[in-house]
Design a protein around this ligand. Structure first.
Ligand SMILES: [Zn+2]
Length: 358
């Protein structure tokens, strides 16, 4: 079943049936009582919608905005700008082997991860940040990282689709909020909020202009493993310490994350390469700022400490959003208590991330 939030279903029924919210809620309540204990609020709302002849998903069959993508949907078509590209992984579990690769796209309404299986995974080598892609024939799953559009051999990925543009991407956090002292090794898609208490000088390094991978100096020239001798571009990394009162952690911000945090362009940033002393002012400006990061943890073996790799940065977290996070946490606790059975099913579905999908 497609998972549409209860309030969205209510709104849709109201809009299409002309009934008042009160009338609809009464119908849902009656349904809940008839099927006492066998059905969730959402399930009852689905049945009421059906009885009233209200189609909840008329958007299917065309291009969807990211915010309208719902768990359980099939044949999803979506266009977005590539924001992050992850490496291809080969796996071998329970006698089955295969390939999987993923990337994140965004549009004006939000962001979502696209997961490609089997031969589709090879597409990952053609992807770069900021290009536009169209996903056709995807299906939507949900795991601990939130909603994902999965693509198997029935689907299609079109790179640079004709006539498609994307405006300013709305970066939304689907990360699970944690306190810094709750972070574990290999946490992914977690969100932390804290104050910057220390900032280090940015470090610059050479990258291949074609594939953005590290270019290495050999004698007098720079070489990319794939593209040979290149005239390198520069990338950089900025490290800082974030403190949220429970603990502090080193946060690692690579190029785009650093630019977003500092509100600088690539050109402005490169000025610090030649005159590092100018960065001192920037450090002073950053100290004491409250920042929200979404990312993953990694163990720094050399120093035997946990670090946080930023994948999304929110330099000015919205106080209203923070209140929503608190409310969501409360709701989630409530929902867990209400439906233990559903939870068990969800846990099983979560396994899909590491297993081939057939
Ligand atoms: Zn290269």
């Amino acid at each position: 079943m497609i998972k549409m939030p209860y309030n969205d279903i209510l709104e849709k029924i109201q809009e299409k049936s002309g009934l008042t919210e009160q009338e609809i809620k009464e119908k849902i309540d009656t349904k809940l009582k008839q099927l006492s204990g066998l059905i969730s609020n959402e399930g009852a709302a689905h049945i009421v919608a059906n009885e009233l002849g209200v189609k909840l998903f008329d958007a299917l069959g065309g291009k969807l905005q990211i915010k309208n993508i719902l768990t359980g949907m099939r044949s999803v078509e979506v266009v977005g700008k590539v924001l992050r590209v992850f490496e291809l992984r080969e796996f071998n579990s329970k006698g089955r082997s295969g390939k999987v690769a993923s990337f994140v796209i965004g549009d004006e309404t939000g962001t979502i991860r696209i997961v490609m299986w089997g031969d589709q995974a090879e597409n990952i080598t053609k992807l770069k940040e900021n290009i536009i892609v169209k996903v056709v024939g995807g299906y939507v799953r949900e795991n601990q990282n939130g909603k994902e559009v999965h693509l198997n051999n029935m689907g299609k990925l079109i790179i640079n689709p004709e006539g498609e543009t994307i405006g300013e991407v709305k970066e939304t956090s689907s990360g699970k909020r944690k306190k810094i002292n709750q972070l574990n090794e290999n946490d992914s898609n977690v969100e932390i909020l804290g104050t910057i208490v220390q900032v280090f000088d940015p470090r610059f390094f050479e990258i291949c202009p074609e594939c953005n991978r590290r270019a290495r100096l050999r004698e007098d020239d720079f070489f990319c493993d794939t593209h040979g001798k290149v005239q390198p571009n520069y990338s950089f990394v900025l490290n800082l310490f974030l403190d949220d009162g429970t603990d502090n952690i080193r946060v690692v911000c690579f190029r785009n994350q650093a630019l977003k945090l500092l509100d600088k362009t690539q050109e402005q940033m490169l000025e610090y390469k030649d005159s590092p002393e100018k960065f001192e002012e920037m450090k002073t400006e950053l100290l004491g700022n409250i920042i929200k990061f979404v990312g993953r943890t990694t163990k720094n073996e050399m120093f035997d400490r946990l670090e946080f790799i930023s994948q999304l940065v929110f330099p000015n977290p919205d106080p209203d959003d923070e209140i929503k996070v608190l409310n969501k946490e409360l709701e989630e606790t409530k929902a867990k208590k209400e439906s233990m059975t559903e939870q068990v099913l969800d846990t099983k579905e979560n396994d899909v991330q590491d297993t081939p999908n057939i």
